[in-house]
Design a protein around this ligand. Structure first.
Ligand SMILES: O=C([O-])CC(=O)C(=O)O
Ligand SMILES: [Mg+2]
Length: 169
């Protein structure tokens, strides 16, 4: 898309199916808002599951009250352009990540991940393992303030870190 233009964001919202998450590459341009409260309200009414904007939005306060996942780089009151051009339903790049139509998008307060549906089972298994490991670490921290940091001290030794000052307990 032309930076700051939201012509095809409207098209995407109007043509998306219930359950879809729209991911927009706005090239990280933040001088104009390419999404606002009206578009988000429409997306909610159409049964969409979320909006991800690599660019700016406006009506941030109103959107935050809508209980609907909207991700953006920043907010500005500046109006969007309406000239096009752009593409819809094609692979896009955000940073060094390529996102394909049909990819699964999962987000929380920490950020967003995207992956191909065929990788979902493997990622789910790996996530469960990571969670199990973290739960054990939290258990140890909460029990007696211990955490296995052997990896850290091995790294310090292997890379020959110079410790200038010793911390005293
Ligand atoms: O004017 C626009 O295109 C964006 C906007 O503020 C809204 O959707 O409410
Ligand atoms: Mg608005």
């Amino acid at each position: 898309m032309t930076p700051g233009d939201n012509t095809l964001v409207y098209y995407a919202v109007d043509n998306a199916k219930p359950g879809d998450v729209i991911v927009v590459s706005g090239l990280g341009f933040t001088e104009r808002a390419i999404l606002g409260e009206m578009m988000v309200t429409l997306a909610i009414k159409r049964g969409l599951n979320g909006l991800v904007i690599h660019g700016a939005i406006r009506d941030k306060e109103e959107i935050s009250k809508l209980d609907f996942p909207v991700y953006a780089v920043s907010s500005t009151s500046n109006s969007p352009l309406r000239n096009g051009p752009g593409t819809v339903n094609t692979p896009i790049a955000i940073g060094n990540r390529v996102i394909y139509p049909g990819d699964i998008v999962v987000g929380d307060q920490s950020g967003i991940v995207t992956f191909h549906p065929e990788d979902a089972d493997d990622l789910y298994e790996a996530s469960l393992k990571a969670l199990e490991k973290e739960n054990k670490q939290f258990e140890a921290i909460n029990q007696d303030g211990s955490l296995d940091l052997s990896w850290l001290y091995e790294k310090i030794e292997a890379d020959n870190y110079q410790i200038k000052e010793k911390f005293t307990k």
